[in-house]
Design a protein around this ligand. Structure first.
Ligand code: ZN
Length: 154
């Protein structure tokens, strides 16, 4: 297990390795961060075998380091993901993912009757977590949605 991780990390010289992403979520994360439009080299592993998750996705981005806000957004999609910062083939920093308390602008409210649609306001959700289950509560209509509904509605 340790050996496997080491091999995956050693493959890039400088950049970020996002590991332990649930299978099928890797593509969404690429879209979220617009990674496919970056000019840096990106390596994606989809449906890799993983002891803990069964299958996982993995993303390696050269020369890019995620900031804290990006790490928090990432936590919405993949709370168990790990982000390693690599410099000269070595892990120099492990980013702790923390769910944000609030998320603005990124998602639209799935409730078509919500006033946020007709008004020039930024969407806003309050993030709540009970164990593995993450829900988003709309600031305007106060309806509560599971994370999956909101992130797929984007
Ligand atoms: Zn709403």
């Amino acid at each position: 297990m340790v050996k496997e991780t080491k091999l995956q990390v050693e493959a890039i010289r400088n950049g970020s390795v996002i590991d332990h992403i649930p299978a099928n979520v890797g593509i969404k994360i690429l879209q979220l961060f617009n990674m496919h439009n970056m000019n840096e080299r990106i390596t994606i592993g989809l449906n890799l075998p993983s002891g803990a998750l069964g299958h996982k996705d993995l993303i390696k981005i050269e020369n890019i380091y995620l900031n804290k806000e990006q790490a928090n957004q990432l936590a919405l999609y993949a709370p168990q993901a790990t982000v390693n910062q690599i410099e000269e083939y070595r892990v120099t920093n492990k980013l702790a993912l923390a769910l944000p308390d609030n998320i603005k602008r990124v998602f639209e409210c799935p409730n078509s009757n919500c006033i946020s649609h007709g008004e020039p306001v930024e969407s806003q959700f309050h993030v709540q977590q009970r164990q593995e289950h993450v829900t988003l509560k709309c600031h305007y209509c106060e309806k509560v949605f599971s994370r999956d509904i909101v992130t797929e509605h984007k």
